[in-house]
Design a protein around this ligand. Structure first.
Ligand code: 5GP
Length: 204
């Protein structure tokens, strides 16, 4: 029997750079994993491709998927739905491959409940000043909106206690290395390998 793959969930407050770290992981990491492409109702941004960055769909289509039980998790974020299609995750893990999710915190908590043997990694800013500067440089929001986003980020950072690991995103290549170390160690966890050793010694 094929060993089941491992689910790796990268999450963290809005503006911390999850997308950038995810892209770097996919390009540079020595770890071989399959990225689960999310589904969203938000409009496509220039340069994005359907099926690569996201599966873009309408609100009705998304709500139908929820009704049919086809989403592992989903969340509403800035008036749009974002979610992880269940089938891809199930099939990929069953085929022995690791699956990598990059999702916001509410969705990550739903996954934690359904798949507690996943590895839950919380990406953190080195400090609040650098988070503010990231949020400020990202868009053309006024200072009230930025204050609101910062307050939301503070609330989200409290969620860290629900995760297994905290990774500081001070520099992207360093964050990638830290995540690789976690993934490598998690592969050696006794609970993940014991079945194959039991088989080796003929223990039922
Ligand atoms: P963006 O619109 O900038 O691509 O993503 C907005 C937020 O949605 C980011 O925090 C990203 O991590 C999160 N996100 C992307 N895909 C998913 C998903 O499948 N589920 C959840 N819960 N959040 C997601």
């Amino acid at each position: 029997m094929l060993a089941r793959g491992m689910l790796i969930v990268l999450s963290g407050p809005s503006g911390v750079g999850k997308g950038t770290v995810r892209e770097a992981m996919l390009k540079e990491s020595i770890n071989k994993f399959k990225y689960s492409v999310s589904m969203t109702t938000r409009p496509m941004r220039p340069g994005e491709k359907n099926g690569i960055d996201y599966f873009f769909c309408s609100k009705n289509e998304f709500e139908e998927k929820i009704r049919q039980g086809e989403m592992l998790e989903y969340a509403r974020y800035v008036d749009n739905y974002y979610g992880t299609p269940l089938r891809y995750v199930q099939d990929t893990l069953a085929s022995g491959n690791d699956v990598f999710l990059e999702i916001e915190v509410k969705g990550a908590m739903q996954v934690r409940k359904k798949m507690p043997d996943g590895v839950f990694i919380f990406l953190t800013p080195p400090d609040l000043a650098s988070l503010r500067s990231r949020i400020t440089h990202r868009g053309s929001e006024d200072s009230t909106t930025i204050d609101k986003r910062m307050e939301k980020a503070r609330q989200e950072i409290k969620m860290m206690s629900n995760y297994d690991y905290a990774v500081v995103n001070d520099e992207v290549p360093k964050a990638v290395k830290r995540i690789e170390q976690i993934v490598n160690s998690e592969h050696l966890r006794v609970s993940r390998v014991i079945d194959s050793y039991r088989k080796m010694i003929g223990d039922k």
